[in-house]
Design a protein around this ligand. Structure first.
Ligand SMILES: Cc1cc2nc3c(=O)[nH]c(=O)nc-3n(C[C@H](O)[C@H](O)[C@H](O)COP(=O)(O)OP(=O)(O)OC[C@H]3O[C@@H](n4cnc5c(N)ncnc54)[C@H](O)[C@@H]3O)c2cc1C
Ligand code: FES
Length: 211
């Protein structure tokens, strides 16, 4: 579901950064990648997998949603041959990335044709559906920006050791205060909300989970 919010004076930030969104009547916010930033709007692609995301998807026009961000580091867009690689709701940051990079090629994978409808938000994309893997649709020789479930990121990393990968960890605050998102990267503990969520494939967290 695409949740479209009035932007007000909120800065959309760099593609790959995220916002903490708090649904009406819920205490804990949830991290969401910015999907699109048309004039006056912030839009988020949300998969209703649990109570927080279901509450966000149930919001009605006029409801107030508390927004904190932009947070995290975002993708490095200064790459010569970008290729966007996304799996499932991991395509969420790519409409905004694609707009900023002038519609580079993308390879997107989904578990069903229904889920693949989200691919319409990303131009110039080759779309595959399970059991075909997104890595089968990945041309070589590109600077890969990837976001998706952990097995997909691991497979991407094997094919593209310099890829930028968007990782996920449980996040309570989003700005470095709670240490809920700490991951072990090459023996060093890092807060994914500050030093991520985008990490180079060569430095992979040992304790993060992914979208
Ligand atoms: C930086 C960052 C950016 C993110 N961007 C997005 C985004 O753009 N869109 C989006 O939909 N989500 C995104 N997520 C993931 C989302 O924030 C989490 O999935 C969140 O915990 C969901 O909250 P919830 O209360 O709905 O479910 P929770 O109570 O946290 O989880 C409920 C149940 O659902 C399971 N679950 C949670 N997430 C998933 C999942 N993704 N797939 C399958 N099962 C799951 C859990 O294991 C648990 O059993 C992002 C996470 C991070 C860290
Ligand atoms: S989410 Fe609180 S420190 Fe990262």
């Amino acid at each position: 579901m695409l949740l479209r919010l009035e932007r007000g004076d909120v800065d959309p930030g760099i593609p790959g950064q995220f916002f903490m969104l708090e649904a009406p009547g819920r205490l804990l916010p949830r991290p969401m990648s910015l999907c699109l930033a048309p004039p006056g709007e912030l839009a988020f692609l949300i998969d209703p997998t649990g109570p927080g995301t279901r509450a966000l998807c149930a919001a009605r026009p006029g409801d107030e949603i508390h927004v904190l961000g932009p947070l995290g580091n975002g993708f490095d867009l200064d790459v010569p041959r970008p290729l966007l690689v996304g799996g499932g709701v991991g395509v969420a940051p790519f409409p905004y990335v694609s707009e900023q990079l002038g519609a580079p090629p993308a390879a997107l994978g989904f578990r069903s044709a229904w889920h693949a409808e989200a691919a319409a938000l990303v131009p110039n994309a080759e779309v595959v559906i399970d059991p075909v893997l997104v890595t089968d649709a990945m041309p070589s020789g590109h600077d890969v920006l990837a976001c998706g479930p952990e097995p997909m990121l691991e497979a991407v990393r094997t094919l593209a050791p310099d890829a930028q990968l968007a990782w996920e960890a449980p996040m309570a605050c989003g700005f470095g205060a709670c240490f809920g998102c700490v991951v072990d990267v090459d023996g060093e503990l890092k807060r994914l909300c500050i030093e991520g969520p985008i990490l180079c494939a060569s430095s992979t967290p040992a304790a993060a989970s992914t979208r």
